[in-house]
Write a protein that binds this ligand. Sequence first.
Ligand code: ADP
Length: 510
Amino acid sequence: NVSKEKEVHEAKIKFFTMIAHEIRTPVSLIIGPLEKIMKSSIPMPAVLRDDLNIIDRNSQRLLFLVNQLLDFRKVEQEGITMRYASQNIRQLLQAVCERFKPFITQHGAHLEVEYPDADFTAMVDSEAITKMISNLLTNASKYTKDKVVLSCIVQPEQHTFVVKVTDNGIGISKEDRKRIFKPFFQAMDNKPGTGIGLSIVKSIVESHNGCIEVESEINKGSSFIVTLPIEQVGAEVQEGEAGVLNPAIPEDILSETLPVMSSKNKPLMLIVDDNEEMLNFLSSSFSAQYSILTAEDGMEALEKLKEHEVTLIVSDWMMPRMDGVEFCKALRADQSISHIPFILLTAKTDTNSKIEGMDCGADAYIEKPFSVQYLEACIKNLLDLRNLLRQKFSKMPLVPLNSIANNSMDNKFLTRINEIIEQNFSNSELSVDFLAEELCISRSGLFAKIKTLANVTPNELIQIVRLKKAAALLSENKYRINEICYMVGFNNPSYFAKCFQKQFGIKPGE
Ligand code: ADP
């Protein structure tokens, strides 16, 4: 079924592109600062510099892979537009080899090169041809035994030149040779890869009106032979400087602003700061674990909280219209959002400010400048602590419901819920809707709030409150188990015993 197949293919590509985009930003943010460090004149021990070089090489490689995926998407959607210019091929090959030598050596092989004449030029898109040779060299170094040969021979009579990449590795079987240029094809015992390198190579070759062949023998090695015309008849030629050989990080990535990301499964973090750069920096730092929502001041943040279910708030203090402290106070005073963990960032360091910061109800207070790892650690601690509280509450029979409150608003809320449930143990109307109405909160608001506070649904919470009351009554030793069972709203003692044991890990009698 062709259309079905196409659909699956489309879905695959979409998925890869999405991932690639997500990865590109953090990788760029590794490379950017890293280059700054490496270029700085700070004295640095040689070992450290070596390590930085390794990080640099590997992040470049990661960026290459990611860009490869995005290239592929572009090729699929719109075909490649070539920008032809007269290019000195020897120079181009030298530049590629320069970059590849360490990579090939790393794979335990050595590279031999046969260059064309120093003055040989051809009409090519140098960036595309660089990409093509890079892909062939990558494969050759992955699959070779110990040798990779890159050669370029000019055939003036045919008006062509041939670029050949040969290895003495595992080889490719006859059936596979027909399929390796298809996207996503990888032979059985292949090394890690994406299976799209050769499909990109093929589109580049074809866009240059050339052809590619492969010769191979199992366990002897493979040769990829690319034949390209020296001239491009009727092609649009770029004026001036030939293309870039070593594409740097595109500007658009570094300045990319991160809008609301709508990844369904990730928790939502609200970042509030009037400094755009800070917003971007924090967004990209946390976009791996969180979906990000941003606001420029407290007012905007409160508006956004009406529409989104936020898991965590990181907010600056000094902001126009409504500052962080005012924002936090407003949050803590609103029953429907008072449960959200709040981290306040600030440049104020005097003790009074710190006290004011904590007094407003923030869960943590972090001074600027801070390291992202520190902020991450604080967030983790905060969430772990809340988790611990929730577990303690749900597993220990005598720990009361309001023990999971983090502030007075939530304390009031939980005390009230507990009361309503206890007063209605025998009321058959006791349900989620009933609770929501009594608490003057929307049904979805109730779900979200109870989920964050106790990590259970409202119905599960009702059940837990029944069982907790039962535990408290049991510890008084005034009633028999069966009596208590009915008192807290169960109509079946054996079902009651089962639920009790499941919740607390002990039998009611114990
Ligand atoms: P990737 O290398 O990312 O898997 P490619 O499209 O570059 O994707 O290659 C497709 C497949 O072709 C590889 O998985 C590998 O099985 C095979 N292949 C490519 N080059 C070679 C080579 N030089 N020697 C042996 N097999 C190769």
